[in-house]
Design a protein around this ligand. Sequence first.
Ligand SMILES: Cc1ncc(COP(=O)(O)O)c(C=O)c1O
Length: 382
Amino acid sequence: MSHTPRRLHPSTRVAQALGWIDKTTGALVPPIHPSVPYERTADGSFPAGRTYTRDHNPTYDQAEALLANLEQGSAAMLFGSGMAAATTVFETLDIGDHVVAPEEMYWTLRRWLQEMADQGRITLDLVPNGSLVSLERTLLPGATKIVWVETPANPSGAITDIAATAEMAHEVGARVVVDGTIATPVLCRPLEHGADLVMHSATKQLNGHADVLAGALVTAQEDGLWERCRHERACRGAVLGPFESWLLLRGMRTLYLRVCRSAQSAERIAEMLDTQPAVSQVLYPGLPTHPGHDIAVRQMDSGFGMVVSFRLREGASAAHRLAGTLKLFRNATSLGGVESLVEHRAPVEGPGSPVPDDLIRLSIGIEDPNDLIADLEQALVG
Ligand SMILES: Cc1ncc(COP(=O)(O)O)c(C=O)c1O
């Protein structure tokens, strides 16, 4: 399918969606294939190699090929959501297998892992994000099967050294899976740092327009784990619909422009927030004061992502008030869309969340950064 050589800049590859042209019509934009069944010939075979849409819909092919290419992986799979992609990885485990995950991570997945552990389906250890000392103490040779990483983490922006984590995990026979949702392959390609799988909530900046729920896995190698993920996706029907796959590919064509613009604005906004008397701490890996900054500089390029979190000196009620006082930032959950969003985060995650109750999470969109800064300034002094 790929007609575009890898040496072209990734922004060219993504804008042209690998230069695909429809063979029958010459169309530059791919068709949507809604068909569920595929016809057998008289001898009972399927000449096109497709039988049924649950795992064989051709509309997935181009978006999967593009994502694998951007991540420098060998294959990709689309899913009906980021959660469907993430849970598929854990569904490949045997009863009692050991999982290590970070304390700060996408909260619904952390809660689901804790439920799996409570049911005795896995054993689970949560370690402080990025702490190699804690990781080393927690790994169980032969028993630890998955080390889950989320970098930068949502919403704290905590950074994990992927290469060092992969080295330790591989020594005990575990696989490393990185949730790369906030970075996107524009800013970080975890497989290049030794991870085995990358997971994305494609709902976020990959699609970028807040109108598709989608997920993805990308693998370094098409090995046994990958085949088990493929089997799980097909059996559980965790696939993306053909219309959503098509929308995702359309959104991805502008990925570079959106990611670079929002990351540049996010950096300016983080710097501005850092000067505000009402703000006690800014959590953004692009700031030199952030504890993960040096690692982020090494393993990310062209920016640090669209999520900026900060804490308010006057506590939870001030955070609640601020989220409602902003005029341009929409007070809504999610991240990675073209519109900027704000959220007072702790109440969303509920009891047991490590998120401080005075934390505000911003998702920076592609609006003019001066307008966004002016909106924040009026709310912070108000
Ligand atoms: C970092 C991260 N990972 C995974 C997910 C889950 O993705 P989805 O909502 O597509 O299921 C989210 C959703 O917010 C997220 O922010």
